[in-house]
Ligand binder design. Structure first.
Ligand code: ADP
Length: 167
């Protein structure tokens, strides 16, 4: 009986939570364009485990904090308008090499170029252009750690979910 118990416990543990973590976000164009089901199905079919997920309406302060590294770019005000224009679905994904695998799955930043160079990527299939590219993915393990704690752990500068409008 003990062996059977160990076997049953080990199956879910082996398939979850021993990899790397990354932050994925379905952006407003993905939500409004009804791409959520397709994107989540693609995530699960690609052997990621969705550890946490939350739908939020970001306010401008939170969006500016999340995209702080781009604050000096000319597209920054437009980016903040866009990312706060409708709810977003934020997920923590777990998989070996989650950061690079998720970036590969979403494709290049500019969805219009992705349609030519990476036609099977999520951005090619669901995005429109360099801004409205449907999904976000952390670009490094360091970014992933910052972005996950920004939304899911309490930080003074970040956007703890309990402080926002969970939908
Ligand atoms: P990625 O999301 O692929 O990591 P960046 O970190 O460079 O790309 O940019 C963050 C987001 O800002 C992009 O996903 C996109 O929504 C927006 N963005 C990037 N470059 C531009 C641009 N030239 N014009 C408008 N929006 C942009």
């Amino acid at each position: 009986p003990l062996l059977i118990l160990i076997f049953h416990l080990s199956v879910p543990l082996r398939s979850c939570c021993f990899g790397e973590r990354t932050l994925a976000m379905i952006k407003p164009d993905g939500i409004v364009g009804n791409h959520t089901h397709f994107i989540k199905t693609t995530i699960l079919a690609s052997s990621f485990t969705i550890l946490q997920e939350i739908t939020l309406q970001l306010d401008r302060h939170t969006a500016q904090g999340f995209y702080a590294e781009h604050s000096s770019r000319t597209f920054f005000p437009d980016l903040i308008d866009f990312i706060t224009s409708a709810p977003v679905l934020i997920m923590v994904l777990d998989k070996v090499s989650a950061v690079s695998d998720w970036r590969a799955l979403i494709g290049p930043t500019d969805a219009s170029k992705a349609k030519l160079t990476h036609p099977h990527s999520i951005r090619a299939m669901c995005g429109v252009n360099v801004q409205r590219n449907c999904v976000h993915g952390s670009d490094s393990t360091k970014s992933a750690a910052r972005e996950i704690s920004f939304f899911f752990n309490h930080t003074d500068s970040g956007g703890n979910v309990s402080e926002h409008d969970e939908l």
